[in-house]
Design a protein around this ligand. Sequence first.
Ligand SMILES: Cc1cc2nc3c(=O)[nH]c(=O)nc-3n(C[C@H](O)[C@H](O)[C@H](O)COP(=O)(O)OP(=O)(O)OC[C@H]3O[C@@H](n4cnc5c(N)ncnc54)[C@H](O)[C@@H]3O)c2cc1C
Length: 436
Amino acid sequence: MKNRSRLLQQGIPGTGNILYWMSREQRVASNPALFFASYMAKEYGKQLEVLFVIDDNYPNANLRSFAFMIEGLQEVKLLLESLNIPFHIRIGTIPNEVISHINLHQNSIIVTDFNPLRHDVSWKKELFHSVYIPVYEVDGRNIVPCWISSDKQEYSARTIRPKITRLLYDYLHPLPDVESLKQEQTLASESVDWEGILDSLNIDKSITPINKTAGGKAAQKVLNQFIEERIRNYAIERNNTKTNGCSELSPYLHFGQISALEVALKVIKECPDDDNRKAFLEQLIIRRELAENFCYYNPNYDSFEGFPSWAKKSLLDHQSDIREYLYSRAEFEQAQTHDSLWNEAQGTLVESGTMHNYLRMYWGKKILEWSATAKEAMQTAVYLNDKYQLDGRDPNGYTGCAWCIGGLHDRPWFNHSIFGNVRYMGSKKISSQNRK
Ligand SMILES: Cc1cc2nc3c(=O)[nH]c(=O)nc-3n(C[C@H](O)[C@H](O)[C@H](O)COP(=O)(O)OP(=O)(O)OC[C@H]3O[C@@H](n4cnc5c(N)ncnc54)[C@H](O)[C@@H]3O)c2cc1C
C-alpha cells in the first residue's frame, strides 16, 4: 500500500492503545488512516481504538448535516465493533475532548485525517501544544496525497492534471479488505444514545434533515445505480439540469462515507474506457483534488482575497458599474430575486440541501451580478452554500464559489460589465433546457 501518511509531530509514545482520531473520513472500508493506525498497532504490539468527537461549535453545524453524519457514524460503530475495534464517541469541543481522551488513556500515538480547512489546521496546532506523543496525519481524501501531487497552489486543472496523472499508477490501488483490521482481543466500547445526542446538540435546528439515507452502504447503492443507469451518458448529460445525469455522490464523499479511491477503481473496472468514464474521472479526481490543492495552499480560500490577482483587479475596476438588480443577503436567502429560475434553484437548495452542478454555476454567477461588490458576493455565496448544501463546508464549495465569482482556475475572458474579465454566464442555455 502506497504511503499516504506523514509525521506531523514527533514525540515520546505513551503506554496505552494506538488512537485513530477519526474526523473527516467517516468510514471503515478503504480508509487509509484506519489501515495505517492498525499497522502501527501491530508494529507497536498495541491495540487500536477509534475516537470521534461531535462538536456543536463545528463551523456551520446544523441539524441537516449532523443528522446525516450521525446516521453514518452508527454504521461505522457497528462495523468497527464487529472487528473488535472500540469506537468512542465524545460530545464536546475539539481538540479538548481529544486531549482529555489521550490524557486519560495514555495513548501511544495518534493517527488522524488530513483536512486543508483552517479550523482543522488550528485544532491540530492546539493539539500539539497539549500532547507530546507522535501525531501522524493521513490523506484519505485525495487519491494522490495533497502534499505530494503538488508543492504549490496550482493555476488550473491544466497544470495539476499531468502532476496527478503521472502519480496515479502508484496510488490507484485498492486497500486491503476490512477483515484484515480484525483484532483478537475484544475491547469495551460504550453504548451510544444517538437520538439523545442529536437532541442535546446546540445547533441550528431550523435547517431540517433531508430524506437521504446516509452511510457507506447507502453510498455503495448510489454508486451502483449510477454505474448501471447513468454513467453511459455522463459526458453529455452532466450539464443538463433537467435530467439526473450525475452520480449524486457528493454528500457521501464530503462526509467521507465513501472514498474517491474506491469509486474510481469501481468505475475503471466496470465502465468501458470511453468519454463518459474520462469525463467522470476528470471531476472525481482532477477537479476535486484541484479544490483540495487550492484550500491547502491558499489560506484565503473562502474570500475575495483568495482570488487570482487579475480577477481581483478587474472586479475592483468594475466595482462602481451600475447594477440593474441589487439584493441583500436576506433577499438572496429567501429567494426574492426577479429571476424565477434562480429563485427555484435557491428554494430547492433550502428544502432539499442540493443543487445541480450547472445550476450552481448560474446561481453563483448571478450572486456576483446582483451584489454590491464581489467581496460581498463571495461572502453571500459561501454563507448560503455552507448553510444549506448537504455537501457544503467543503473545499469543492469554496472553490466552486471562487470559480464563479473570482475567476479561480479560469482564464481572463473578454470584458463584461460588473464581471470585468471574469467569465460571464447568462441564462440562455439553462432556459432552453427548461423548455425541452
Ligand atoms: C457555486 C458552486 C458551489 C459548489 N459547492 C460544492 C460543495 O459545497 N460541495 C461539493 O462537493 N461540490 C460543490 N460544487 C462542485 C459540484 O457542483 C458538485 O461537486 C457536484 O454538483 C456534485 O454532484 P455529483 O456528486 O452528482 O457530481 P458528479 O458530476 O457525479 O461528480 C462526481 C464527484 O466529482 C467531484 N466534482 C464534480 N464536479 C466538481 C467540481 N466542479 N469541482 C470539484 N469537484 C467536483 C465531486 O466530488 C462529485 O461528487 C460547487 C460548484 C459550484 C459552481
